[in-house]
Design a protein around this ligand. Structure first.
Ligand SMILES: Cc1cc2nc3c(=O)[nH]c(=O)nc-3n(C[C@H](O)[C@H](O)[C@H](O)COP(=O)(O)O)c2cc1C
Length: 174
């Protein structure tokens, strides 16, 4: 396999992904919570990482994808992060193409797009802590396509972090 120099090397077929659920240790929409999004903005694009982070009912669920070495580095950081615990891997492996090509990190929470509410409509598992990888990925892909998710790349500055990230945008829960 020929790996081209520069950003295009991220688009060769050596992409890995990681999907997990964890228990949050910081309150929703707190500064500690909000800083995660700024850290993702600062690191992910530079390292060819894309993905989706959702928070609901005291859980984080995150899907990340990118070049293996960069993804491994990020996984180590995330595994050691005090802001959550009990990380349970739902799926990981190799992929040929990104699911979230256009997103450094798409993000939603229960207020912008509720997994529980959407699953209740379809009769699926409503408890995100018990949902399958397929249910969570379907939710993420649909929500990203629906325009309800925001991207960390849209975030600016470090002042007033929490209100900046979670400013009302007119989205309701579902
Ligand atoms: C649930 C969760 C998701 C995270 N997602 C990312 C991410 O996608 N990208 C990232 O760089 N850091 C993420 N972090 C933060 C990392 O664990 C780590 O604190 C951060 O990358 C360090 O950034 P810094 O070197 O800029 O301080 C996440 C943390 C938590 C708790």
């Amino acid at each position: 396999m020929v790996i081209a120099a520069g950003a295009s090397s991220y688009e060769c077929n050596m992409l890995h992904f990681w999907l997990y659920v964890s228990a949050a240790n910081v309150p929703p929409r707190s500064v500690d919570d909000a800083l995660i999004y700024l850290q993702a903005r600062n690191r992910n694009a530079a390292r060819g990482i894309s993905g989706y982070l959702h928070r609901e009912d005291g859980y984080y669920v995150q899907y990340v994808e990118g070049p293996p070495a960069e993804l491994d580095q990020l996984k180590n950081l995330i595994r050691r992060d005090w802001r959550h615990e009990n990380i349970r891997v739902l799926a990981d492996g190799s992929i040929m193409a990104r699911k979230f090509f256009a997103w450094d990190m798409a993000f939603t929470d229960a207020e912008t797009s509720s997994f529980r509410a959407i699953q209740a409509l379809s009769g699926g598992e409503t408890d995100i802590g018990r949902a399958s990888a397929e249910e969570i990925l379907t939710f993420m892909e649909r929500t990203a396509l629906s325009g309800r998710a925001r991207s960390v790349s849209q975030l600016a500055g470090h002042s007033g972090v929490s209100s900046l990230i979670f400013a009302p945008d007119g989205h309701s829960g579902v």
